[in-house]
Design a protein around this ligand. Structure first.
Ligand code: B12
Ligand code: SF4
Length: 720
């Protein structure tokens, strides 16, 4: 296909609503210049990929918003949720058997030696533990439970959940050095760009899997560009590994990465130099909302003589985005004039790519974003999402009628649950949307995240419940009025806003989920006790109560920009870090407590359970939580916790023959571990283990006379 053919097809495919793009395309049609490396065939085709590792209970939505304008401009877009496709391809008995064989060969090889060094003993134990897991797990049965009505039988649910947790531990062992087991639990933190790239390149097993999965589906296609979305920092390493696979599979395609974690890297970078490391894997970062420039980027990739959109950062020569104006954000219709125009009526987010049977849930839910930015935009700790110089992005809200039309189309396609994915959503909009849903008889079960204000009257809450709202999280932040004021949440917030709003919700069936943290500068133990008191006194309206997190000073927050106001001094980037926004700091006249267990004694007073985490039932904002509350009411997790609190985490076992004394090997490995860890060293000494232990564990010699059979038991995982 030559260039002229390509551009003809492009114009024919463009829909009426995108006359803007069509005009720009036809006016430059004759002057298309092919730059070096530009794809000449199938040049209207684009591949968008959601990389591992994220929620496998329902799809993430950012690519729906990226794909819609591209499709409307006539591009052919393949969208794949590689997160779920990859997870389901490895969470299978066939894959476990293959790993088991591979590991067994490595054990055989080690067993053929006459003596084992401590490193080799560790390898043996590690391999045996993984084989035990592989032989014990029953993935197909777990998937069956999640995807059927058995989901609501809690003991079965717990068992199936345990299968995935044990599998995540196994993945962590086999796909080092990425921690799949705590991917949802850790705070979003990657300190250094070179480290991200090195870790990504060491994910050779993942890269091989991705290459296979993508070539099975897209072999022979040529893409103009391939884009990945990276919403969360924990997805950076696997995301970059996916880019490496894409580069090999589609060498001519431009590679671009977008999403909130990418925008964060740009926002927090120490200097343009910090981005240089990513060049090895990626051509462009897209900083901000796709609707403002992604079609222009595609046109540019096709060779049109136009400038790159400002949001596309060319990693070969990164130029600063000097000033951001409202034009860098998309209009949602409604009252948001002055933003980049987008035709929402005819270009709703595109969910047609979703393969519903893949997800681990008995019902379908999508994220949908009817508001961007935050109407409050004043919290002093906040440095949120796609913001520039204020706590969050500028506030915009979609027209409730358009929103209701989109939702009714979703329902018609068989999706009955929606999570309104927003920073904070104005009560007035919520009321108008609820009216629309009710008057149009749109039977939706929905959930969202609030900024609670006194506008949440009993009337509004009743209306929301009637329109299908089941659960909602909200930023409680603290139970201390004075700390809330310092946080910029408003004066007398507890008395004037929170308690009246709690009262309104008490009359309804809606389950609230408070989000809060400890350690804001100036906070005392007294303040923390107030938080605990507020939570326990109102636990009847909370679907779940999680552990409180710890305050982080983010460089774009008001607290970091005006530190004196908060008694904060000496705020600084940690040594050697170049892409993280988290700052170290001191507080005047106060000892800072920021160790992980600093706030344990307060969390211990709360009815939390370490099982109530994302993406599981009991986790904040999860689909599984919504489904349990819908079915059993908002008190369900309190009841389940009472009943199942002491459930044991599972064990796996393996029977193995060996000429080595495997009991000794096991002990050696445990002691060696202890010797490397200063805190357990004391325990080793206390146990009266001889001083020359280090030498004793270094090698283990085979027993020439006999081969014995050993039954070895391994705990599959332990929740943290
Ligand atoms: C909704 C939301 C959630 C939901 C839904 C998540 C889910 N798994 O389904 C819930 C509440 C569950 C959640 C949980 C968490 N969240 Co959250 N969440 C958000 C929130 C409020 C809105 C995101 C959204 O819907 N935006 C609307 C969509 C359409 O925009 P978008 O995704 O940004 O995509 C646009 C652009 O980024 C761009 N784009 C995106 N991809 C691509 C790709 C290409 C190729 C291009 C060109 C452009 C492009 O174009 C898109 C369209 O405009 C954001 C804050 C924010 N305003 O961004 C935080 C945010 C994404 N969350 C964040 C965090 C930290 C978390 C948690 C880790 C919190 C925790 N400690 O537990 C967990 C992680 C959960 C997980 N692993 O799944 C951070 C991520 C920061 C980071 N660097 O990691 C954010 C940015 C908030 C913050 N602190 O700044 N979250
Ligand atoms: S913390 Fe929440 S309510 Fe406060 S400014 Fe940020 S997004 Fe808005």
């Amino acid at each position: 296909m030559d260039v002229a053919d390509g551009s003809r097809a492009f114009c024919a495919g463009a829909c009426a609503s995108t006359s803007r793009h069509r005009r720009s395309a036809s006016s430059v049609r004759l002057s298309i210049v092919l730059r070096e490396g530009t794809v000449t065939e199938n040049s209207r085709r684009i591949l968008l990929v959601q990389p591992p590792y994220g929620d496998y209970t329902y799809p993430y939505h950012s690519l729906s918003y990226v794909a819609a304008p591209l499709k409307a401009a006539g591009y052919e877009v393949d969208v794949i949720d590689l997160n779920i496709v990859w997870f389901r391809s490895v969470f299978t008995s066939a894959q476990l058997r293959a790993w088991s064989c591979e590991l067994a060969s490595s054990v055989d090889l080690l067993q053929s030696l006459a003596s084992l060094s401590i490193g080799q003993q560790e390898e043996v134990v590690h391999a045996l533990r993984c084989i035990a897991d592989c032989n014990t797990l029953a993935p197909e049965r777990a998937v069956e439970i999640f995807c059927s009505q058995e989901f609501y039988d809690f003991p079965r649910y717990l068992w199936a959940r345990g299968q995935v947790r044990a599998f995540e531990r196994l993945l962590t062992d086999l796909y080092t050095p990425y921690n799949y087991f705590s991917a949802f639990a850790v705070p979003p933190y990657e300190p250094d760009s070179q480290q991200v790239v090195s870790k990504a390149l060491s994910q050779q097993r993942l890269i091989a899997d991705v290459k296979q999965l993508l070539s099975e589906r897209y072999h022979g296609r040529q893409y103009l560009f391939c884009g990945i979305t990276v919403p969360f920092t924990t997805q950076l390493v696997p995301g970059m590994a996916v880019l490496n696979a894409l580069r090999t599979l589609f060498p001519k395609a431009k590679l671009i990465a977008g999403g909130t974690a990418i925008s964060d890297i740009y926002k927090y970078k120490e200097s343009a130099e910090a981005l240089a490391a990513f060049r090895e894997l990626c051509d462009f970062f897209y900083v901000g909302e796709a609707e403002t420039g992604i079609v222009r980027f595609a046109d540019w990739c096709r060779g049109e003589e136009i400038a790159l959109p400002g949001a596309a950062i060319d990693l070969t020569e990164p130029k600063p985005i000097l000033e951001r104006s409202n034009r860098d954000y998309v209009s949602l219709g409604g009252s948001s004039k002055g933003f980049t125009f987008h035709e929402w009526d005819s270009m709703p987010p595109d969910y047609t790519w979703i393969d519903w049977d893949m997800y681990l849930a008995p019902e379908r839910r999508v994220n949908y974003s009817p508001a961007r930015g935050c109407f409050w935009n004043q919290c002093t700790f906040c440095d949120y999402g796609l913001n520039s110089d204020s706590p969050t992005a500028p506030t915009r809200t979609m027209d409730p009628e358009t929103c209701a039309s989109h939702l009714s189309t979703l329902i018609a396609s068989g999706v009955q649950r929606v999570y309104l994915a927003v920073d904070a959503i104005a009560p007035k909009f919520l009321g108008a949307l609820a009216d629309q849903l009710t008057s149009r008889q749109i039977h939706l079960r929905w959930s969202t995240q609030f900024f609670l204000t006194r506008q949440f009257t009993p009337e509004l809450v009743t209306k929301l419940a009637y329109s299908g709202l089941c659960v909602a999280s909200f930023g409680l932040e603290s139970g201390s009025t004075s700390i809330l004021e310092k946080m910029g949440k408003g004066k007398n917030r507890i008395e004037q806003d929170l308690l009246p709003a709690f009262h309104s919700f008490r009359e309804s069936t809606i389950g609230l989920q408070p989000l809060f943290f400890y350690g804001f500068p100036g906070e005392t133990d007294h303040d923390r006790n107030l938080t605990v008191e507020l939570l326990t006194n109102n636990s009847d309206i909370f679907a779940t109560i999680s552990k409180g997190g710890s305050f982080t000073l983010l460089s774009g927050s008001i607290a970091a920009k005006d530190p004196q106001r908060f008694g904060v001094c000496n705020a600084r980037r940690r040594f050697g870090e170049n892409i993280s926004g988290e700052l170290q700091y001191d507080v005047e006249n106060q000892d800072r407590c920021d160790r992980e267990d600093s706030f344990k004694k307060f969390n211990d007073c709360l009815p939390h359970w370490n099982l109530w985490e994302r993406p599981w039932a009991g986790g904040i904002d999860t689909l599984h939580t919504q489904l349990y509350v819908e079915r059993f009411g908002r008190g369900i997790f309190h009841d389940l916790q009472q009943q199942y609190r002491y459930a044991e985490e599972p064990w796996a076992s393996i029977t193995v023959s060996s000429k080595f004394d495997l009991d000794d090997v096991m002990t050696n490995v445990m002691l060696h571990d202890a010797l490397r860890c200063p805190s357990s060293l004391a325990l080793v000494e206390e146990a009266g283990i001889p001083e020359n232990i280090a030498e004793a564990v270094m090698a283990c010699t085979e027993n020439e006379e006999e081969t014995k059979e050993y039954v070895m038991n391994f705990r599959q995982y332990r929740e943290i």
